[in-house]
Design a protein around this ligand. Structure first.
Ligand code: PLP
Length: 375
């Protein structure tokens, strides 16, 4: 039997029950379960605002779009970002007609604060921080740096559902935190995400912009039951970015399992770490001190990475790579060579299989093979 990198665990009967409720009510869109999920996420995440979206990618765009207009940034103003991420992070900067400036990464594969500092110019407006694999890296230093230099901070928390730092949920400090509930994330739906702004004004604007700029959503108008329900205003050109009740009903079920699932992910990581300890050819990417990582990924670094991956494939083990240095892609190649640590990591990183169906003996077997081929 093959071992894949990710296998989402869906609590099928419970999910179907929630979906059935939507179908019976005749309400599958915005409102109803989306409102319930936003409330549940706020109480889980301890963040003051939460708005449910159809993906993390649209949330990253929305965060930059809203901050850009609120603070009157110009086109091509700069956002400092990481080259080692899924392209959504950086495409979102381009969608907002801003300019991605790449800074280098540290041993956690997250942005290095000293590299960020060296890239700040008079046109820098924001930093986009990615918590790689659920890890917080040097997040606290970056929060301080942004505060001192008057930069906005956006946290791409696609991997961070359930990450805690110093015992507290990650995320009250940034101007916007964006989670992903895409099909293989720690809280899997099919495709959805959540944006959590620090400011109520931004949250309010987001709610309008995610439904094309319309001021009141259908659910609120129907719930109001008043005359002139159809008489809504369209105040500005928005987007079709809101989430729907089918995804929200899955999210509500999956949320109940997030902490226990993450605890098992950390257990798997611990088993990997114990097995791989002392192998000089396999370097485990460290979790930063004080971080209780959601452990979306378990990443190691090896030489001859591509050959090692193929050898594991020969045993029907299919790890992943997170990520290729984005400056290798044509739209970001202007920054090629500017982040040597990211370039090196890009050729060395492997994400080992990590999901609820794995057992300790799977971890032992994968680790033994890895040690054999990495040497
Ligand atoms: C770091 C990172 N950012 C953003 C995204 C985009 O998330 P979504 O698929 O919900 O748009 C992903 C998804 O893989 C990701 O890994």
């Amino acid at each position: 039997m093959s071992i894949q990198l990710f296998v989402p665990s869906f609590r099928i009967d419970e999910c179907l029950k929630g979906i059935r409720e939507c179908l019976e009510k005749g309400w599958t869109g915005l409102g109803f379960k989306t409102v319930e999920f936003e409330e549940a996420w706020k109480s889980y995440s301890e963040l003051p605002f939460a708005h449910f979206l159809n993906s993390n990618t649209v949330g990253l765009h929305l965060a930059l779009h809203i901050l850009k207009s609120r603070y009157h940034w110009a086109d091509d103003d700069e956002v400092i970002t990481t080259p080692l991420t899924f392209v959504s992070t950086n495409h979102a900067i381009l969608y907002a007609r801003l300019h991605p400036v790449f800074a280098d990464i540290d041993e956690h594969l997250c942005l290095d604060p000293s590299s960020i500092e060296s890239r700040i110019t008079s046109r820098t407006r924001a930093v986009m921080f990615v918590g790689m694999g659920g890890n917080t890296g040097q997040y606290e230093k970056i929060v301080d740096l942004c505060r001192q230099r008057g930069l906005k901070l956006i946290l791409d928390a696609a991997h961070m559902a359930g990450t805690r730092v110093g015992g507290k949920q990650v995320g009250p400090e940034p101007d916007a935190v964006v989670f992903s509930f895409q099909a293989v994330k720690n809280l899997p739906t099919a495709d959805s995400g959540m944006i959590c702004f620090k400011d109520q004004e931004d949250d309010q604007r987001a709610r309008k912009l995610t439904w094309l700029g319309i001021t009141k959503d259908t659910y609120a108008r129907t719930a109001a039951q008043g005359a002139y329900k159809w008489m809504y205003d369209v105040e500005e050109v928005g987007f079709k970015y809101h989430g729907n009740s089918i995804m929200a009903s899955m999210g509500l079920v999956q949320l109940k399992w997030l902490d226990p699932d993450n605890a098992y992910r950390r257990q798997l990581a611990e088993w990997y770490r114990n097995k791989l300890a002392g192998c000089q050819f396999v370097r485990v990417v460290p979790v930063s001190p004080g971080c209780e990582s959601a452990t979306h990924l378990f990443q190691v670094r090896v030489q001859r990475r591509d050959a090692v991956m193929l050898a594991l494939n020969g045993h029907q083990i299919y790890p992943g790579v997170h990520y290729r240095d984005n400056t290798e892609y044509p739209m970001y190649s202007y920054a090629s060579g500017s982040c040597p640590n990211a370039a090196r990591a890009s050729s060395e990183v492997i994400s080992l299989p990590l999901h609820m169906n794995l057992t300790r003996s799977d971890v032992n077997m994968i680790s033994d093979l890895l040690i054999r081929y990495a040497g």
